[in-house]
Design a protein around this ligand. Structure first.
Ligand code: NAP
Length: 200
């Protein structure tokens, strides 16, 4: 049985905290690989403009190239409409079944995001599709999403003190993001002139 981590996020932009979190989840939960899955249309983010999916996808590819355990899936980007995790997990289950690979899925995401799971589309079906790994920052109060202990693993990641929101704000203010994100991602952001305007 192949143990597959499914690292779901907006990744706007992907940063070193995400990479450390994926690596730590792989280590603690004995995962064979981690598939980063950038969200297509994060439907709960209507309060701000989300960077184009292709830019977020390419930054995630750049960030993950040198780790053989990591790859990036387009499954949420290529599916039209709002991104629902239940669709992500169903599509990946079908993908592995079609490839003849017996896979067990571990959905990794921020504990804050997971705390809202009761409001996610078809949330009742999610627990049957994957085990959940909730990663959090030091000092952050964990909100128990109400899962049984067998369905969720909580992991505290010191490097998650980096956040995408802070990276975007720093670029908008002209502050450096070198060392917060992989160098190739920093170069991509500069080349594409991303995040130059302050958040609305
Ligand atoms: P978010 O609200 O941007 O994230 C909440 C917090 O978790 C932020 O602090 C974020 O930090 C962190 N985070 C997000 N993804 C992470 C990851 N993979 N590893 C570590 N920290 C992470 O959450 P989001 O990006 O919109 O959504 C996360 C995942 O949940 C996505 O796959 C999304 O599709 C899914 N989701 C599904 C539904 C649904 O099915 N209805 C609803 C909401 C979310 P950063 O900002 O630094 O990343």
């Amino acid at each position: 049985m192949r143990r597959v981590g499914v690292m779901g996020g907006t990744f706007d932009p992907v940063h070193h905290g995400h990479l450390v979190a994926a690596s730590e989840a792989a280590h603690r939960c004995n995962l064979d690989e981690v598939l980063f899955v950038p969200a297509g249309q994060p439907w709960q983010k209507s309060d701000r403009v989300v960077t184009a999916a292709e830019d977020r996808y390419l930054m995630t590819v750049i960030a993950t190239t040198d780790d053989p355990r990591f790859s990036v899936s387009r499954v949420d980007i290529d599916r039209p409409g709002p991104t629902y995790t239940v669709d992500t997990l169903r599509d990946l289950t079908s993908y592995y079944a079609a490839a003849g690979i017996e896979a067990s899925l571990f959905f990794i995401t921020g504990a804050d995001a997971l705390a809202e799971i009761a409001s996610w589309y078809e949330s009742a079906d999610l627990l049957a599709l994957a085990h959940f790994i909730a990663v959090t920052r030091p000092g952050h109060v964990l909100v128990d999403p109400g899962f049984s202990a067998e369905s969720v693993t909580f992991i505290e990641i010191p490097a998650l003190d980096v956040s995408s929101t802070d990276c975007r704000a720093r670029v908008a203010e002209g502050a450096p993001i070198r060392y917060l994100v992989p160098e190739g991602v920093r170069e991509y952001i500069a080349k594409r002139n991303l995040y130059v305007r302050a958040e609305s």
